[in-house]
Design a protein around this ligand. Structure first.
Ligand code: C5P
Length: 398
């Protein structure tokens, strides 16, 4: 389920920069609730954030909430984390002393999720003993406080007080939202989607693969700190944020791309629905039909490379390779054969005839079969949860 991030904006000139942050978080499919102080609305309008976050922007403590719950409690309960950026000296002082005199400071008190405070102000204000004491207090409360950057300030002088780069705030948010960083420093290549084989310049053969499973794995790996290469055939889904995206068309192109990146990878997961055949001779011009409706057209197919088998032959000893086996009968025995022939560390088998499993579905019902012979069946779960379970198993093997 998408996580919910509260973005509190207080009245500093850097408020306008938060538009970019909200936009980046939304691209990650996070749910963003923007809460502005009255002073912040003097610098940038709530309309900007309403448009970017796709939600009503909250400003007034006394607004009539549509929910039965008091607004500040209702909002605080939804949050997986709260960020206050820019945080003015005034906000920091209020938060350090438990003052709750507007919606944002009240939400801060009611909030129990991790809190990130990003101060930005004039350098003399930032150095002021009272401000520094208040920041220390916030840290003692367990809040994470980012250091402002040094450089030119809006007031015309230079010093420490600039809002950190939006990219740094974004990275800090991701680290706090996803504390499990067990794939940091690892490079993982995932393939996803369906391969397509051309018949003529406008027609092709593909299959029912949508990319949901592979993309869920890529997203989970990014959240866990991995460096992710997503080699993707045809898929109607959006490219996930934070991956190196390598779009491909046919099985041969997918195989070449994966062979190129294989030596740099610690982990390879083959979740793509790779076509086993391609058209032997693609027509150079669009095939024409005749007036005779009963005319027959014969297409000659030839095999495509088995990508995982090819990669399996080149596999260095410390590389972990995982494949999928979509089966309709004799699931375990067929999957075991594939595990061996493709030189995999484990295989994720599923019975695609079962409801809630296989292509296009949002859920999957899978069994892990390891090289050691261990068999582990998981209940029906979302493809996101299956992705997390696969990577949990990979981490154990690393
Ligand atoms: O042999 P089968 O197609 O059932 O094996 C499925 C697994 O092998 C999947 O992980 C799939 O991505 C991969 N595969 C492949 N190259 C092919 C066919 C399948 O890498 N040509």
């Amino acid at each position: 389920m998408a996580k919910t991030v509260g973005i509190g904006i207080t009245g500093g000139i850097a408020a306008y920069k938060i538009a970019e942050l909200v936009s980046m978080l939304k691209k990650d499919d996070l749910d963003v609730i923007v809460i502005m102080t009255a002073a912040a609305t003097e610098f940038i309008t709530p309309l900007t954030f309403r448009t970017l976050s796709g939600r009503e922007v909250l400003v007034d403590l006394w607004d009539d909430s549509r929910e039965w719950k008091v607004q500040h409690i209702g909002v605080a309960e939804q949050l997986d984390m709260l960020v206050v950026a820019p945080a003015t000296a005034n906000f920091i002082a209020k938060a350090a002393h438990g003052i709750a005199d507007d919606l944002l400071s009240t939400v801060v008190l009611a909030n129990t999720s991790p809190l990130l405070v990003v101060p930005a102000m004039n350098h003399n204000m930032y150095k002021n003993q009272a401000v520094q004491d208040n920041i220390r207090t916030l840290k003692e409360y367990g809040y994470k406080v980012m250091e402002p950057d040094s450089g030119a300030l809006a007031c015309g002088v230079s010093g420490q007080g600039r809002l950190p780069e939006i990219g740094s705030i974004y990275n800090e948010i991701k680290k706090m939202l996803y504390p499990l960083q067990d794939l940091r420093g690892k490079r993982i290549m995932v393939n996803a989607g369906t391969t397509c084989e051309d018949i003529d310049p406008v027609r092709f053969i593909a299959n029912r693969g949508t990319g949901k499973m592979g993309i869920a794995i890529a997203e989970n790996a990014v959240d866990r700190g991995a460096d992710v290469i997503l080699v993707c055939g045809n898929s109607p889904l959006e490219t996930p944020a934070g991956v190196k995206f390598v779009p491909v068309w046919g099985a041969e192109e997918m195989c070449e791309a994966m062979l190129k990146y294989q030596p740099a990878c610690d982990i390879i997961i083959g979740a793509a629905a790779v076509g086993d055949f391609r058209i032997k001779d693609m027509a150079e011009q669009k095939l024409k039909k005749s007036d005779n409706q009963s005319e027959e057209l014969t297409l000659t197919l030839v095999g495509t490379p088995d990508i995982l088998k090819t990669l399996g032959k080149n596999k260095p000893g410390n590389q972990i390779m995982v494949g999928f086996a979509a089966e309709t009968e004799n699931i375990i025995a067929n999957a075991q054969k594939k595990l061996e022939s493709k030189n995999l560390d484990f295989i994720v088998a599923n019975d695609v005839t079962m409801e809630g499993a296989g292509f296009a579905s949002d859920t999957n019902i899978v069994t892990f079969i390891s090289r050691s012979g261990e068999i582990e069946s998981l209940p029906k779960m979302s493809k996101q949860d299956v992705a997390a379970a696969i990577l949990d198993k990979v981490v154990k093997l690393l």
